[in-house]
Design a protein around this ligand. Structure first.
Ligand SMILES: CC(C)(COP(=O)(O)OP(=O)(O)OC[C@H]1O[C@@H](n2cnc3c(N)ncnc32)[C@H](O)[C@@H]1OP(=O)(O)O)[C@@H](O)C(=O)NCCC(=O)NCCS
Length: 177
């Protein structure tokens, strides 16, 4: 898979489980502060486990981003249902294109597999990030963590871009001879 600015994307492997967990817990614990209450964040982080990633009984497309051989972010797509289930970047790597690169690669997988759309429940802190990448907010939603704790989030969706047609066809203008 491609490299961009020293960034390398590849499919996750079993030996990545612990690094995936570390990225996930650090991203939630640091980047979602201020948006969610401390008890929501601690419940969220406490429920994450290294063995929860790459479960054989739940086939998913999981891509990791590496910089200098360090795993700096990952994203997870349920390709069958066109559902982006996770996108997390290490706090000290935020704002350098890791999330955008992972998202674009997972969207390519979704479109290539025939998904008409990609949907996700966006954390409140990530809504602008997705909006700037073509997603529209549909409605408020809740992600249940426990019977008591439910995270507020936003249901978002992006439709598969129209395939390029014959030159001029999209504008209605005659194709040049
Ligand atoms: C949302 C997230 C995945 C984005 O990853 P990222 O690698 O920072 O994404 P990018 O660098 O491609 O883009 C980040 C955006 O923040 C801006 N930015 C620049 N510097 C920044 C900084 N120091 N801190 C935060 N954002 C910064 C970028 O310009 C870009 O803005 P844009 O949306 O207007 O283009 C990441 O911030 C994250 O892991 N957040 C916490 C977990 C989370 O909420 N995940 C989503 C679950 S639905």
């Amino acid at each position: 898979m491609g490299a961009s600015g020293g960034l390398h994307l590849r499919p996750a492997r079993d030996s990545d489980r612990r690094a995936l967990w570390r990225v996930h817990t650090e991203a939630v614990g640091t980047l979602c502060q201020g948006v969610y209450a401390p008890d929501e964040l601690s419940t969220w982080v406490r429920l994450l486990r290294p063995e929860g990633y790459l479960r054989p009984d739940r086939p998913r497309t999981v891509l990791v981003a590496e910089r200098d051989r360090r795993l700096v972010g990952f994203g997870q797509l349920d390709s069958l249902n066109g559902e982006l289930e996770a996108l997390y970047v290490l706090p000290d790597q935020v704002g350098h294109g890791v999330g955008s690169s992972l998202l674009a690669a997972l969207e390519s997988v979704a479109w290539g597999g025939g998904s008409p759309q990609v949907g996700l429940d966006a954390s409140l802190n990530a809504e602008d990030f997705y909006r700037h990448r073509g997603y529209v907010s549909l409605h408020e939603a809740r992600r249940p963590l426990t019977a008591r704790v439910q995270l507020a989030c936003v249901r978002m969706q992006k439709r598969r871009p129209a395939l390029p047609t014959r030159r001029g066809a999209t504008t209605g203008a005659p194709a040049p001879i």
